[in-house]
Design a protein around this ligand. Structure first.
Ligand code: B12
Ligand code: SF4
Length: 643
């Protein structure tokens, strides 16, 4: 029997290799393939040392290597293909996935006829390819297989497109047919395939043009149950628009039912439907009510109308997003907004203003992701006319190209925008100056963007400083490409260098004209007490500088007992949720929320990914301001906090 090795080099450890699973499951429906081939899978993280991956793959001595190619692993795949070619010249190699499809000229070599590319959905093409290899001809008749590119006698051959699979149930489930075992911590789940939009920066919609096809609901439900029974704690829904189909609400309920019964999953990630605010909020409430960690991602990408036009997102209504946010706020569901910097049509000013506007609208957390120029996207095809300038990122493992300039934003603008974002991330996403800035904007007519710009300028003037060094290093080395970079920054600001960061915020505030306002100084004390903790064992702030307005009455292991003067109570109520307003203004500020402890043995990656998740759902770690009124004491509540 010939051996097929399916290879997936993923971002995180222990993720279900879904593409490989489907390819194998579908291929095995063919009796000839079943009798001629045996399948094995090799799945590891892309940052595994290159020499180890090559050793394992060459050592596997497969006849056919089927490799999944993504932007995050393509540097490694190139090296792997070269090594296999050297060591096993007779092996057949098939590359598939969004990075290589329709890109044969970039990834195939004229002299290598044994390496081919699959252009599109893989299941049918891969099966037909394996069938072609079983035939007795010296040269397999690959020209009869739709959806392939390969070299023949020095000519690049691309066969007609393979039609999309309209009945996805033709692909057996790798979860339910025994292909996946129980050795995973993150499950990727597809309930439908395709996206009706064509956003300029995305290959998803482009890859699965327009039509959305669904897997049967019963099968999806069974797959979810399987992941729950196998104690897979993280569920990643791979659909482009979760909440778009009415059944998504029922399936979400099923996820929580499984979580209740089996204790898994406890974290759910999804990409929300763009024009279905009510359904999406309903879904997030379902998850939240069942105590699943799920936060509502609001993928705005930009607020600039020119840019929305250029990236073909003007049909995605900003009003729908505003409605989502309003609804989420009312229901006290945590949400985070995703932006991309810089998109074509966006200027430095419009980017800064966009973040300012979101803050005026009380956005909880805003994350500005870098813009990756992805193969095959509309922007990729118009890169020259859009003035796209890129730089590589991700070292020699990835093949990422980050956009650092457009016609509207110079490279200097890009860098300034990144400083601005990191400053904003340190100041606003961490709630370090929320009450103050809210007052300055609402009562004193300042603009959020000016406060953040001033903080960015302030940070850039610091000398030897760990927070500034982190930002500078990230910008210099394009570390912001790393999925954990923004989370590690939060780890630094709210844990590792917490005191330094707090001091910076204070010095920044003191250096501003508005510090003369006594109200600002009082609200600043509220912000200090309110500053969240990412871990349950980060040492509590000591507050050695005396409070002028607030009275710090007592401290508990994870709380403060404070008295807020009557004249600031309204500002406090405006800024934080308070169940009832006590007459005496005394509150226990309880910081023990849903944090996990920090463990020195945990890896930097773990801390980064944990803190990123936490800051996206910062509502889960913001302190609770609990009134400590005599009436609540009478009810027997434990209000005294020991020092
Ligand atoms: C889950 C997921 C992740 C996971 C990681 C998954 C993993 N395996 O490690 C997480 C959340 C970590 C992630 C991160 C990122 N992701 Co992502 N992610 C996805 C998502 C939602 C699902 C992937 C999936 O499993 N799909 C289901 C499988 C079955 O579909 P598929 O991968 O396309 O495979 C089919 C075909 O491509 C083909 N095929 C695939 N492999 C092979 C192999 C062979 C031999 C053959 C024949 C065919 C074949 O057949 C398959 C079945 O039809 C996709 C979007 C999507 N729905 O596909 C984006 C997607 C893969 N991600 C994308 C991107 C850009 C990223 C990031 C770089 C984003 C960023 N800006 O930081 C980061 C990685 C950053 C980093 N620093 O490392 C892009 C990739 C584009 C590209 N050219 O590679 C996608 C397509 C989304 C998009 N916006 O366009 N991602
Ligand atoms: S960004 Fe989202 S909505 Fe736009 S094409 Fe990609 S998957 Fe579809």
């Amino acid at each position: 029997m010939k051996k097929v090795l399916l290879v997936e080099l993923s971002v995180f450890e222990r993720m279900t290799p879904l593409a490989s699973g489907y390819l194998q499951a579908y291929a095995m429906t063919d009796s000839v393939i079943r009798s001629e081939y045996q399948f094995e899978r090799y799945a590891t993280v892309a940052r595994t040392p290159r020499a180890d991956v090559i050793r394992d793959l060459v050592g596997a001595a497969a006849d056919v290597y089927a490799i999944s190619c993504y932007v995050w692993n393509m540097g490694l795949v190139r090296a792997v293909v070269e090594a296999i070619r050297q060591a096993r010249p007779q092996a057949q190699i098939i590359l598939g996935g969004p990075q290589v499809m329709s890109q044969a000229q970039r990834y195939l070599t004229r002299t290598d006829e044994k390496t081919v590319i699959c252009n599109g959905e893989g299941e049918i093409t891969f099966s037909q390819y394996l069938r072609a290899l079983t035939e007795p001809q010296v040269r397999p008749r690959l020209e009869e297989v739709s959806g392939l590119s390969f070299y023949r006698d020095g000519e690049l051959v691309t066969t007609p497109k393979q039609p999309r699979i309209s009945n996805l149930n033709d692909i057996p489930s790798p979860f339910l047919t025994g292909i996946f075992d129980s050795a995973y911590s993150i499950a990727i789940l597809e309930t439908n395939r395709g996206c009706p939009y064509h956003c300029g920066f995305c290959f998803w919609g482009a890859a699965t043009n327009d039509r959305v096809y669904r897997f049967d609901e019963d099968r999806v439900r069974e797959e979810i149950k399987w992941t729950a029974k196998n104690e897979i704690l993280f569920l990643f829904i791979a659909d482009a628009n979760w909440g778009m189909l009415s059944r998504d609400v029922d399936i979400s309920r099923h996820i929580t039912d499984c979580a209740n019964e089996y204790g898994a999953p406890n974290v759910v990630y999804f990409s929300a439907a763009k024009n279905k605010p009510q359904a999406v909020t309903k879904i997030t409430s379902i998850f939240q009510d069942a105590n699943l960690i799920a936060s509502q991602p609001v993928s705005l990408q930009t607020l600039e109308p020119t840019s929305l036009d250029l990236i073909a997102r003007s049909n995605i209504k900003l009003s729908a997003f505003a409605a989502i946010q309003e609804d989420l706020r009312e229901k006290r569901i945590s949400s985070f907004i995703e932006l991309i910097w810089p998109l074509p049509g966006e200027t430095l000013e419009s980017f800064k203003r966009g973040i300012g506007t979101l803050c005026e609208n009380e956005a909880q957390t805003v994350i500005a992701y870098p813009h990756l120029l992805l193969n095959n996207t509309p922007i990729y095809h118009s890169a020259d006319t859009m003035g796209i300038v890129t730089r590589p990122a991700g070292g020699d493992v990835a093949e990422a190209r980050i956009v650092i300039g457009t016609k509207e934003a110079s490279v200097e603008d890009f860098v300034e925008g990144m400083y601005y974002f990191y400053a904003f991330h340190a100041l606003h996403n961490t709630h370090s100056l929320r009450t103050v800035s809210r007052y300055l904007v609402r009562q004193k007519g300042l603009k959020y963007q000016d406060i953040f710009s001033a903080f960015a300028d302030f940070l850039r003037r610091q000398g030897d400083d760990p927070i500034l060094s982190y930002i500078e290093r990230s910008i210099r080395d394009a570390d912001y490409y790393d999925v954990n970079n923004y989370g590690l920054f939060i780890h630094s600001v709210l844990h590792e260098h917490r005191e330094i960061a707090a001091r910076q915020v204070r010095r920044f505030a003191q250096s501003q004209d508005w510090w003369d306002d006594a109200k600002v100084r009082a609200l600043f004390e509220i912000d200090l007490v309110n500053r969240p903790y990412m871990y349950s064992n980060t040492p509590m702030d000591v507050h050695t500088e005396e409070f002028q307005a607030l009275r710090l009455l007592d401290r508990g292991p994870r709380s403060y007992l404070v008295q807020v003067p009557a004249e600031h109570l309204a500002d406090l109520a405006d800024a934080v949720h308070i169940p009832a307003m006590p007459e005496d203004g005394i509150f226990r500020v309880e910081h023990k929320r849903l944090q996990y402890p920090f463990m020195p043995t945990q890896s930097r990656d773990h801390s980064g990914s944990y803190c990123h998740g936490m800051i996206e759902k910062v509502g889960n770690v913001l302190p609770l301001w609990q009134p400590v009124s005599p009436s609540s004491e009478e009810k027997g509540l434990d209000v005294h906090v020991a020092i």
